[in-house]
Design a protein around this ligand. Structure first.
Ligand code: MG
Length: 328
């Protein structure tokens, strides 16, 4: 069956049924606006879109994983503020000849992410379009205040969650469109298709008042670090040997070359700064996290810019190629 047979109201009903209503929702999908309970005094809002042939290609991305990812990338922005996501809106533009089974797969991935992170779909919009367009807006709470990009100080240590560069390698692998993948290739592809926003870590860092500045890595470590440095009026020194690389990364690349970790986007890990005097408190906290947290460098004076230093203490030049939407 095609979307044109299902119709707009059939589509909305399908989405409503696929994503069960969570707590705090007084009125979800089906009225002129959503009505929800606000359980904390301050709110965070964010929005992000995934457009076919700009952000994803259906030739190598499954609809189910796309459903997961479109919500996950938004949750990552709430995580990067130290927040707690609560509700979201979904605006879909879908070609009329789209298969209904594919919409079901998309909804399944979306519902999996919603349930994993405890967020409720409360409304949105649907429209016909030439290509698939997915826009999501998430509303969350900042129960412990928000961690901004601008609070970093010279001398603060820099940390990263998880491992970096896996998503960029995963995309390379997916583009080959091979039916069979080795285990390490499957792992890397899944890091690209199903990122894990670090909501728990972000929230805990806010609660403990440990991080002075934070961002999530969506456009590549160097690019996102540049945003952090500009907002905090500092420079950064990154130790290339300290950049966390997964076993699959090292095995796929064949050596410990962090180039994909530095320039590859869409890892959705957190990068944050902590004053040195709070390092021991962070060490104790790290044991509670399932995801590793690695110290990768420190903030230095702004005039030094961002430098990558190798184990011999030499400065390594890295060509900047992080993602910029408006550069051709
Ligand atoms: Mg972000």
């Amino acid at each position: 069956m095609k979307l044109s047979d299902l119709g707009e109201f059939g589509l909305i009903e399908k989405i409503r049924r696929a994503t069960p209503q969570g707590t705090g929702v007084r009125l979800g999908i089906g009225d002129d606006a959503a009505w929800v309970e606000c359980r904390k005094p301050t709110l965070l809002f964010t929005t992000d879109g995934l457009l076919e042939k700009i952000h994803f290609n259906l030739q190598w991305t499954s609809l189910k994983n796309l459903g997961w990812k479109s919500l996950a990338v938004n949750l990552s922005d709430i995580a990067a503020m130290g927040g707690e996501p609560a509700y979201f809106l979904l605006s879909l533009g879908i070609p009329v000849d789209f298969k209904v089974e594919d919409i079901d797969k998309f909804c399944l991935g979306l519902a999996e992410a919603a349930s994993e992170y405890g967020v409720s779909l409360v409304g949105g919009n649907t429209t016909a379009s030439e290509r698939l367009m997915i826009h999501i807006s998430v509303m969350g709470y900042a129960p412990h205040g928000a961690i901004k990009r601008s609070g970093g100080k010279i001398g603060d240590d820099l940390y990263a969650t998880g491992t970096l560069g896996d998503s960029a390698l995963g995309l390379k692998i997916l583009k080959r469109k091979r039916k069979r993948m080795r285990e390490i290739e499957r792992f890397l592809a899944s890091r690209h298709e199903r990122p894990s926003p670090r909501v728990d870590i972000g929230k805990r860092l806010a609660k403990e008042g440990l991080a002075t500045a934070m961002i999530d890595v969506s456009d590549g470590l160097i690019q996102d670090l540049t945003h952090l440095c500009r907002s905090s009026h500092v420079g950064a020194e990154i130790w290339s040997d300290a950049i966390p690389l997964s076993k699959a990364y090292r095995s796929f690349v064949g050596k410990r070359d962090p180039i994909y970790a530095l320039n590859g986007g869409e890892d959705y890990e957190l990068v944050f700064s902590v004053p040195q005097k709070r390092a021991r408190r962070l060490d104790r906290l790290k044991r509670l996290f399932k995801t590793p947290v690695s110290r990768i460098g420190k903030f230095v004076e702004a005039k030094k810019g961002i430098r990558i230093i190798n184990s011999k203490g030499e400065t390594v030049t890295v060509p900047l190629s992080g993602y910029d939407h408006f550069k051709l």
